[in-house]
Design a protein around this ligand. Structure first.
Ligand code: DX5
Ligand code: ZN
Length: 227
């Protein structure tokens, strides 16, 4: 299964917020396929990041899709605000949600893609029953909450198991990783079937975003062809 498009999604958590418009435009001009927005509520995760107002500002600055990652307790309470703000793909944590099946359906009913994820210590069984209504599965390769953490190697087997389940489905499900993604880890994840790569510090802490995005794409490409 090598038909899925490789996509790089820079996470703006690592961008310079003094000039967010310039940063997201630079990411887009450097070959990014999506912009990843990390929403942290200070409850599900200790950190607080930003809300729909910032997502709306990013939406006005770029034309590529917005990939919004909700790290929020009870995402069912406020998901609509992020769709109104311009999310094209909305991913929430199954362990933070009371009724994942209902929320996946509600997100899709609004005409955008529905994504689901769990933290590293939570089994994928939590969302496997709902694969029919899932457009994207995010395997967290660090614990949600902060950028700049180290990739957890043990997550590679979780990625592999998830990819096997996705293969059995008739519709396309993007397989995404988030946390500690760089040249080496992108290669390893692509070998296991990942096609969407979120990357914050590896891209935004570099002088040349284009160079880093290209490296990630090339590593992913060679990983995919090496499985
Ligand atoms: C972590 C966030 C990530 C984070 C990735 O909670 O979901 O998107 O910004 O940052 P890096 O690539 O620096 O690990
Ligand atoms: Zn994220």
């Amino acid at each position: 299964m090598k038909s899925k498009k490789i996509e790089i999604a820079p996470s703006i958590l690592a961008a310079d917020f003094r000039n967010l418009e310039r940063e997201v435009k630079a990411a887009q001009d450097s070959g990014a396929d999506r912009i990843h927005c990390d929403i942290m509520d200070g409850n599900f995760v200790p950190n607080i990041s930003f809300g729909p107002i910032v997502v709306e500002a990013v939406k006005k600055s770029v034309t590529i899709p917005l990939d919004v990652h909700l790290m929020i307790t009870r995402p069912e309470k406020c998901y609509n605000e992020f769709i109104d703000a311009g999310a094209d793909i909305l991913t929430f944590h199954a362990e933070a949600c009371n009724d994942s099946a209902a929320l996946l359906e509600s997100i899709r009913k609004r005409g955008i893609k529905a994504g689901i994820t769990v933290n590293p210590d939570i089994p994928i069984d939590l969302f496997l029953p709902y694969l029919d209504t899932i457009d994207q599965i995010l395997i967290m390769t660090v614990y949600a909450g902060y950028g700049g953490q180290k990739f957890i190697d043990e997550m590679l087997s979780k990625v592999e198991r998830t990819a096997d389940c996705i293969k059995k489905m008739n519709h396309q499900i993007d397989l995404q990783v988030d946390g500690g993604i760089n040249k080496e880890t992108a290669f390893l994840c692509a070998q296991k079937g990942v096609n969407v790569f979120v990357s914050g510090s590896y891209i935004f802490n570099a002088a040349d975003y284009r160079d880093r995005i290209l490296i990630l794409k090339q590593s992913a490409e060679s990983g995919m062809n090496d499985d």
